[in-house]
Each structure stands twice: as C-alpha cells, then as structure tokens.
Design a protein around this ligand. Sequence first.
Ligand code: SF4
Length: 498
Amino acid sequence: MRIFSKSKLLALRQCPKRLWLEIHRPNLREDSAATEASFQAGNQVGEIARQIYDPHKLGALIDVNADGFTGALERSAELLKLDQPIFEAGFSAGGALAFADVMLPEQIGDQQVWHMVEVKSSTSVKDYHRDDVAVQAYVAQSAGVALQSIALAHIDSSWTYPGNGDYRGLLKESDLTEEAFSRTEEVQAWVAQAQQTAALPAEPAIETGLHCDTPYACGFYDYCTRNQPKAQYPIHWLPRFGAAAQAFADQGVFELAQVADDLLNPKQLLVKTHTLANTVYFDAEGAAADLAPYPLPAYFLDFETINFAVPIWKGTRPYQQNVFQFSLHTLAESGHLAHCEFLDVSGEDPAMPFAQALIAGCGTRGPVYVYNAGFEGSRIRELAARYPELSAALLAIHDRMVDLLPIARDRYYHPSQQGSWSIKKVLPAVVPELRYDRLDGVQDGGMAMEAFQEAIHPSTLLERKAQIKKQLLAYCKLDTYAMVRLWQVFAGRADLKL
Ligand code: SF4
C-alpha cells in the first residue's frame, strides 16, 4: 500500500489529476516564481517560529534531508519519549505521512501530552489550512501520539517589529483542535481516494478550470493546456472578465470574436472592437483636456518597494511595502528635463533617507505624476505616519499627485496592450522606441525586488552589488521617463524635445 505525504493529500484535494501527475509524471511540474517565493517565505517563517517557540534552544530539529525518511521517523519516535520541543517531527500511520512544524510537550497530571502547531506564512487561516491541520492530527493520532491540541500559527500583519531580533508577537495562534479532531473519517476517505487515483493506469480526465489556481497555482498548468486550441485573440484579454471567460472556456469557446457585444461593458467592448479591427483608440482631445489644469513644472515619480514576511527593519510590519528606491524626472517650464533618484542597497532601513530625498527632489509646486496613484500614495501616507517630523512635507507631495493611469485607461487603447493598461503594456504601444525588454537584468517590479534582496544580502560581493545597483537605477529611470513620454503624447506637447 502506498503511503501519502500530507502535500500529496492536499494535491488530491485541489485536483485528483494533480496528485496522479505528481506521482507518475513529476518532471512535468513547473512552479511559478510566485510559488517559489511563497516556499521561501514559508521557510523563513519556519526558522523564526523555532526561535519564538524555543527561545532557550532546548528543542531538537529533525532534518529529513540528512536523516532520510526512516531515520527521521525513528528519531521523532525517540524524541517523543522526552519532554523537549521538537521541530519537524515525522509520523507515519493510517496510509499517510506528515511532519509537524512544532511539537510542544505539556503535562496533564502525570501524563505527558503534546501541543502541535502548524506554522504558515499567510496572514489568516484559510480553508486549505484546515485540511492541512486535519491531516496532521489524523496522522499523529493514528501513530499513537498523545496529541492534546493543535493550532495554526499565522503571521499577525498588525504587529510591528521592535528590532534586535525580537520576533515575539509575529505569529498568532488559532486553535483548531476540535475541528481537526472531528475530521478523521474525512481524512481516511482522502487517503482511500488517493490510493485509487494513484493506481489509475493513466491520468484522470479532468479539464482545467478555476481550481487550477485554487488554493495554489498548479505547476502542471502548461502540461494540461498543451493541446487546448490557442486563440488568436483570447477572451481573457477582456478586462475584469475572469469568471465569465472561464465559463466560455468550459464550453470550448476561447476567441474574443465569439463573445456577443451585449455581454460586454463599454471598456470590454472597446477592447474587443479595437483588438479585432487592429485599430488604435486615442481620444487626444480628452487626454489633453484632462492634463490642461496642470501646468509645468511637472514631476514624474515612481517607487520600488520590497515586502518581507518576517520584517528585518525596526518599526516595520510583516508584508509591509518598504520603499527602497525612487526615480524622479522633473520637466521645467522651459521644457528642460532633469532627473534625480534614490536607491539604498546598504541593507539598513532606507525609509528615512528615502523620505528626505523625496522631499528634497519634489520641490513645492507643480503636479507630481504617478502611474497608479494608489500605490505611491499609500507609501507616502505610511512614511508620513512613521515620521511625524516629515509628515507635512510628505503629505504636501501626496496632495500634488496626479494619476496618469485613469487617463490612459479612458483615452487610449492599442491592440498590443491585450486588455491591460499596465505601464509595461502602454509604453511600448505609445512610444515604441522605449522597451523594457532591452534593459539589462531588471525588467519588472518582481525582478527589482529579487535584485534588491540579493544586493542587501551580506554575502553579495561588492562587484555584484554595484552591477545590481546599476540595473535597478536603469529600470526605475525608464519607468519615470516612460511617464514623461506618455504625458507628452497625452498632453499633445510634440513641440518639446524629450
Ligand atoms: S492544471 Fe488544473 S487540471 Fe491540470 S493537474 Fe493542475 S489543477 Fe488539475
């Protein structure tokens, strides 16, 4: 009889085909960068959990990679006879195998019992966590562990890091004992279903659908869709049409041309019409009118940020968007274009010097153009709240912000945008000679975060650090120069040499 790990049972819960493929064709799986990043965040939080639950380092850590499965299970069984915390203790029983993040001994009378904690890097308890905990409880109890209680510890996003490596308060426990203990029969049924699925001679015939992304992006998606007809103009290019697009896909309809006009809102209809006709929509008069109230000088601003599941800078919260870089172009009344920037890769908290440089760069009058004001606006408000002494100057910049995104959305559409108004799509359409894909190393926000993380890592060599810095500066500068050129087209200022 096959033994199923918890992750295999959870794969079954998402999709039996996924389980079958993970067992029989694991090489077909391609995890996305987002999935990899979430694994990394999970590992990081796991390490901090060990500090929090075992501040005096009395516990033992099981390392399945070093000990192998059999060795890890045997060592866990030995350690369960003692009364110290155990991390990654393994159990195998009832056709399943699971490793517990944290096992804490408790004494009830003269009996030793255990409190189990599953640690997650999310900020709340999700439904799939409940399945996860139910499997943990089932396996541990089937293995004869005196399990008294089970909880899920997740990140408390309202907690602020006080510094000095003190992470008490980062995790918040939710007790799931009653619920987990009541689901034994359900888990047994999953194990039985997993046995049947694994024994199938071929993968089960299951179509792709919304479940392919829920609760995780499935790494077999490319494989499962390899034979699906590729639409020339896919329905999913329609903005805000997700669930409806899936309903069409379920009926084998993938082409934009097959969606009736009366099912679409004006924006979706505009995308459909101009995509199929391969024509550009540009309300030049409307765009110029939108920008007319804002005379020069004008500022064009963009931020780069990073978030950490486990904060590294005092006074910051888990998953907070921490600013580390900005680019600022300034267009004077004379038509002269100047540029300034900020980037701190020292590894120290960049927030205060960032805020000071921003105030120095933005002057005191003239619109501050951004693309998607919600993002930069929120960061400025957060900085203002964090540094009361800079609050007035920061909020004054905030109040001068003008968002180019809604203007682009209302006044411009090129078929190459494929239903998106992200600056990465709009820029090559409006100003074809400016291209992000020609940049060296960093070409989007995700890459910028990764590069920054590498740059601040203590083991990164100075030479590499300098290379990353150059790439980050070039990337962010293009973002604001792109805004300048968009503004020029929208404002009808072809007279300016920019
Ligand atoms: S891509 Fe979708 S259908 Fe294919 S295995 Fe994954 S979840 Fe199942």
